[in-house]
Design a protein around this ligand. Sequence first.
Ligand SMILES: Cc1cc2nc3c(=O)[nH]c(=O)nc-3n(C[C@H](O)[C@H](O)[C@H](O)COP(=O)(O)O)c2cc1C
Length: 268
Amino acid sequence: MSGQSFVRLEEIHQNEFIKAAIDRVGAGVVITDPEQEDNPMIYCNKGFQELTGYESDEILGQNCRFLQGDDTSQSQVERIRDGLKNFQSVQIEIKNYRKDGSMFWNELQIFPVFIEQMEQTYFVGVQKDVSQRRQQEELIGHYLSEVKRLSTPIVPVEDNISVLPLVGTIDDERLQQMLDAVSHHVKETKEDYLIMDMSAVHSYNEAVHMGIYQMNQLLDLMGTTLVITGINPTFAIQSAPYADFSELSLQTYASVKQALQFIQKENI
Ligand SMILES: Cc1cc2nc3c(=O)[nH]c(=O)nc-3n(C[C@H](O)[C@H](O)[C@H](O)COP(=O)(O)O)c2cc1C
């Protein structure tokens, strides 16, 4: 579009326009002056006042740390301090508190801006309330850990025996979860036997096969005996293409009940 003429915004009006525009962005914007004692805030937009509940007169001249509270992570504060010391940009999510004491998660961006006319670097901070997203993430995290826990339900049946009933489809990710959960469990309980029941597994695939193999290795190291139950004839046929288990001398039984009876007899 070169050559097209247009009328520029008059310089005297520019500041007013920019100020009004910054007031309308859906975030807090502050400017601090690091040449002054304790890097005080010298400007804040309307968004910052709405976010924090403070009027500008109450807070201008203060360092922004007044938004922090007892529960604010000190390692996050240290990260900001280190960034500012080296005049580097910082992006962080930090717990802050409004004037009424309520907490919010602040997605904070800070960057240095050099202003030529003043021959000085200032810091600009942009604050966004991301509490809702954090809450959703925490909720999802909670549900995911519940799902994980339920997908590896280790049931202690006697002092020295637990049963791990496998249900549904086993893939590499679930196999890893199982190995993690079992190693934690056995480390704590130091059980003699772990019965892995396969009767509710949908199909015998490589992950199931590796599951048995790796579980046996893991438990062997921990001094616990792995017992497999519920392998039906179809599984036995499906397992043919995979590595031979015969050298593992695994104890296998048709059902958990049968395995328990045998273990009890063996330990009399
Ligand atoms: C431009 C700018 C904006 C800032 N905004 C916030 C903020 O919104 N919330 C916060 O907890 N800290 C904020 N800080 C960080 C604190 O002012 C302070 O730098 C930090 O607490 C580390 O320093 P201190 O250890 O001296 O407290 C901001 C810093 C700057 C330079």
